[in-house]
Design a protein around this ligand. Sequence first.
Ligand code: A2P
Length: 279
Amino acid sequence: MTATATAAAPNGAPAKEAPFHVEKVLWVKHWTDRLFSFGITRPASLRFRSGEFVMIGLPPREALGEKKPILRAYSVASPHFAEELEFFSIKVPDGPLTSRLQLIQPGDEILLGKKPTGTLVLDAVRPGKRLFLFGTGTGLAPWLSVARDPDAYSRFERVIVAHGVREVKELAYRDLFTHDIFDDPLVGDEARAQLTYYPTVTREPFERQGRFTDLIESGKLFKDLGLDQTTFDPENDRAMLCGSMAMIKDTAALLEAHGLKEGSNADPGDFVIERAFVG
Ligand code: A2P
């Protein structure tokens, strides 16, 4: 459902196209007091590639004197062909957008940017055997899109979704990656054969603990995956990073130290990065 994307032109001037689609909230799921997901209607004209982000916002509250909407960039968590758009968000009590966004209900209006973009896309990485998707916190969002896209499995023999969080309860979408994705009509069979979910928790006991950087440096990551290598192999390994700045910086440095080169849409490489958005 898309509201007319034209602003009133009282003087008969050509109607100006509005910068945003106005969409409707379809569902909201609260994972914890800090994390939630929501789905919205998708405008027929919106095109995006799995892994891209788009601006999301709420209309200004005119009664409070607000003139402009508050907008933030969000990775689309659904694959490019999905009928609705899904997002995975943090809740920041004082966050200008998320303090309000966390209160949305089905039927509410959401502003959606018209130009999805981003580098966490399959086109920005060179061909390889394994695709490592490293996400901390809500940095899992783009992998929800990429890992539900059949292209990921046709381009790579193996796809590894690594989710790093502080506490076990922050492992949102664990059911998706441990069960539900295997029943997906489009990627179920491929996921069963080619997808590995690799959750890790840093601040309480869990079946796997430690930061990505430590798991990489100790070689545990590769051992856990049953790989016959102790670190990244620049010939065959590709990676995408999303999440905290510190994690991206340190993990990217490790990738570079092992000969992997950062890529972009214009110049595909061995790994690509993007920080997760907060606030
Ligand atoms: P840790 O608990 O040891 O700080 P945050 O909630 O701060 O965004 O962190 C999400 C996850 O990312 C946590 O598990 C955190 O581990 C981890 N993390 C934070 N900084 C780094 C880093 N520089 N390298 C790897 N992992 C990191």
